[in-house]
Design a protein around this ligand. Structure first.
Ligand SMILES: Nc1ncnc2c1ncn2[C@@H]1O[C@H](COP(=O)(O)OP(=O)(O)O)[C@@H](O)[C@H]1O
Ligand SMILES: [Mg+2]
Length: 595
């Protein structure tokens, strides 16, 4: 809900400043590559408007010519001209639709690619701070909002503007005396439109807000459906939705009432103008100053002038909404990833993966107001060793792993891999050689094999089978209905938590990582299997450095070095036997664990 509020506030703020010039300039940059198509579409639209005006003129000619004189052949000719003119418009419309749709979809394609690409490059800290729903709404809904305006905005603008200017010129050229009577109608229409837009904005805002609330409520309830069911909270969730729907309905109705008042007001103005013109024009006809066909043409031309006023109002409204969407998209694109490749970043090639923390202090909050989560952490682990991080929940074990993976960067001190400051390494090169298995294992919808190929695209089925065997997990694979081709479901929901972790494990190893990070990666696996896996890992691990975070201390006894983490610092380090002998924090932990 609150994300909806923030977003609406943001939207309103943007709407108030109207379309910023910088936003238009940036949008124009996306339009530029498609300018040929867009210009062609605009040209076709202008021809289309001319054809509409021609039609009006033809009707007037028909009335004053063949119709007045009873010339049947002449009427047929006129009809033929009119039909030809309509056929021309059909062709124009088809061509124009093709051009603008092609240009529009290509522009949106480019924007969507840029947004997605950028989102993927943003740093963890951004995802910590920003609600998922909001990021998704930027990447998806905002782009869609923009789509309609980009495809049709310029065309509608030119079309309406052109028809207004041309219509206006023509009525003045044809009958200045009559045209002068119509001028007062213009400000009336303009101000009415403005007034109703102002009145309409608050209900529109409430409607958006309620809508956003409903969407996130539905999404949340579906994501958390297990919790809802487990606590029997269905009725409560339903009545919460009902309340939101009521607000939404009221806002829509309020908006509809305003729109409902607007349309008659406008049409009354139009009718009044028409009546005035008919009376005054009728006098001119009776006086013999004006022919009936000319009066008819005049009245029809008025439509070309007054009609667009309403259309332009709507376009203005839409451009504010789309402009706000564009602002939000650019805001996202302007968010710099905090962890970035330096200009002179190097690709270190295959890492041996000696890892060193040199007096590292780190806080998740860049301002450091929330206190530091790691303080003066120093250690060095040789290439190919297995390092266990143990300590209480919230001590900072995962934070250490996050810094090794360079999901975040330390504010003080240096993290080195093979003697390079990690900040000097190319991120892509580093992450390619990193295998990570987390407690919340995440699989993509698809088969087990497809998930493994996410990391190693060329992995064969045999290699995949071997990978399971090497880990000692072939039994787990055998338990899957279709073996490697088992569909894991969305987020891997068709597998048990432990099975998911094992697939994640194999996936991490499939990439042949130089650094393997296991953050409570076997927490959902039974102790027997966990020991099997870690032992297998130990066997396999001579060409990789492994960080293991595990709570069952029995599983990490074989580690080459155990780092004991107490609130933000390393309190002890050594092998299992050394630490037991010392009788310190680890010995206590172990005693508790073994008890
Ligand atoms: N993304 C985050 N943003 C802010 N604080 C965090 C974040 N992740 C962890 N913390 C905080 O950092 C501290 C250490 O957490 P963590 O390293 O995850 O502990 P653990 O040893 O259980 O893995 C905790 O106090 C935790 O609340
Ligand atoms: Mg953790």
């Amino acid at each position: 809900m609150s994300s909806g509020h923030d977003e609406i506030a943001l939207e309103e703020e943007f709407a108030r400043v109207s379309l910023k010039r910088s936003t238009l300039r940036r949008l124009a940059a996306y339009l530029r590559p498609q300018r040929k198509l867009l210009l062609l579409a605009l040209f076709l639209e202008i021809v289309w408007v001319c054809s509409m005006l021609l039609e009006v003129h033809l009707v007037s000619l028909a009335v004053d010519g063949p119709l007045a004189s009873g010339d049947v052949t002449g009427m047929w000719w006129m009809a033929a001209w009119l039909v030809g003119n309509i056929a021309l418009r059909v062709v124009l419309t088809i061509l124009e639709l093709g051009c603008s749709t092609k240009a529009g979809t290509q522009i949106i394609h480019a924007i969507r690619q840029d947004v997605f690409d950028h989102v993927q490059r943003l740093s963890m800290r951004y995802f910590d701070r920003t609600k998922q729903g909001r990021i998704i709404s930027r990447a998806d809904r905002d782009v869609e909002t923009l789509e309609h305006l980009i495809m049709w905005g310029p065309i509608i603008l030119v079309s309406l503007g052109f028809s207004m200017v041309l219509g206006f010129t023509m009525i003045f050229v044809q009958n200045p005396r009559l045209a002068a009577w119509f001028v007062p109608a213009i400000p009336v229409v303009w101000f009415t439109t403005q007034l109703f837009q102002k009145l309409g904005f608050p209900p529109y805002r409430r409607q958006r807000e309620a809508h956003s609330g409903i969407s996130s409520h539905v999404a949340e309830t579906i994501t958390g459906v297990r919790v809802v069911k487990a606590f029997g909270a269905e009725a409560r969730e339903l009545s919460r939705l009902e309340a939101m729907q009521r607000t939404y309905r009221q806002a829509v109705l309020a908006g509809a009432r305003i729109a409902g008042a607007y349309i008659p007001t406008l049409s009354i103005t139009f009718q009044a103008v028409l009546i005035a013109i008919f009376v005054l024009g009728g006098r001119q006809v009776l006086d013999g100053d004006l022919r009936i066909g000319e009066l008819l043409e005049f009245v029809l031309l008025l439509g070309f002038v007054l009609g667009p006023v309403q259309g332009l109002g709507g376009l203005y409204n839409e451009s504010l909404i789309a402009g706000a969407a564009a602002e939000r998209i650019f805001l996202l694109l302007d968010t710099e990833p905090e962890v970035l490749d330096r200009a002179d970043a190097v690709d270190p090639g295959r890492l041996r993966a000696e890892v060193e923390f040199d007096n590292v202090s780190f806080s998740y909050d860049p301002d450091g107001k929330a206190g530091r989560q790691l303080r003066n952490v120093s250690f060095r682990v040789p290439a190919g060793s297995t390092v266990a991080l143990v300590g209480p929940t919230g001590a900072g074990k995962s934070s250490i792993a996050n810094l090794v993976a360079r999901f975040y960067e330390a504010q003080e001190g240096v993290v080195r891999i093979d003697g390079h400051d990690v900040r000097d390494l190319k991120l892509a090169a580093l992450h390619r050689q990193m295998g990570i298995v987390l407690q919340e294992s995440f699989l993509f919808a698809g088969t087990v094999l497809e998930n493994l190929r996410f990391v190693a695209p060329d992995l064969t089925e045999e290699q995949a089978l071997t990978a399971f065997e090497e880990l000692g997990c072939e039994d787990v694979l055998a338990g899957f209905a279709d073996g490697l081709l088992t569909e894991v479901g969305e987020r891997g929901a068709n597998l048990s938590e432990g099975e998911r972790q094992i697939v994640c494990f194999v996936r991490a190893l499939a990439g042949n990582p130089a650094i393997l990070i296991l953050d409570e990666a076997t927490s959902a696996v039974d102790t027997h299997t966990e020991i099997l896996i870690l032992r297998a890992l130990h066997r396999l691990s001579h060409h990789q450095t492994t960080f293991v975070i595990a709570h069952r201390l029995s599983t990490i006894r074989d580690a080459d070095v155990i780092l004991v983490v107490g609130v933000g610092r390393i309190v002890e380090s050594g092998t299992h036997d050394e630490l037991l002998e010392r009788g310190g924090a680890y010995a206590n932990l172990y005693a508790e664990y073994a008890a």
